[in-house]
Design a protein around this ligand. Sequence first.
Ligand code: MLT
Length: 259
Amino acid sequence: MLPAIHDTGTGEAVLFLHAFTMDASQWDHQVAALSGDMRCVRVDLWGCGASPPPPAGAPSLDTFAAAVLEALDSRDIKRFAVVGLSMGGYLAFALWRLAPERIRALALCNTRAAADAPGPRDDRLAMADLVEREQSVEPIIEPMVARLLSADAQAEAHIVDPVRGRIRRCTPAGIAFAQRAIASRPDNTPLLGSINVPTLVIAGTQDAIVGPTEVRAIADTIPDARHVELDCGHLSNLELPRPVNEQLAALLTPATMAS
Ligand code: MLT
């Protein structure tokens, strides 16, 4: 089943991959800034945003990444840059494993390369069970908001209200699929040394999900990655859209996109 695609602008293609419990609209600020010069392609994870429900079978980010490649094929998009935040970063690693020759540049925001430790993995599986049992995402909304946003951003209605809205638009099946798929992802650390395209790595100093030290280690391991630390929480692109847009524009130059 192909995921929903939101395709805005013309030019070289940039694929945006959203975080867990978010959807393509997480990237509205970036599309507003960049779609004058680029083709901004956003997908919604199955069960989130406008995508159909997850397919049957073992939940896997690789399965979703393969469906994203198929959706890009259906629009004749052969090569593209990838911007992924957190779960979107895990998907970017999956795409790098599946089709590195198609990727021109990478932006890895607030994400981790390592697989889950047993404790956090159990917490994910418990959340998947909870939303299925309750047939509702309501019980996870406030706990997720507290993890996703810095204290300052939680006090800003224009940031926090859309975050709540996106979580509410995910279905219990979408949340359960995502958590089980994330829990089963491999350790992507061995991939880092093979990343040979222009890469930007963004960290948030107040990120409660992936701390800045862990993000710096990713940047230090990828040859020639540019590392940027911003004073924000996990959803850096929503809390500080302007510096994130500036960094993306510097990464996605005509020279990079022509390569
Ligand atoms: C995300 O923001 O995508 C998730 O919090 C990632 C995670 O739970 O590892």
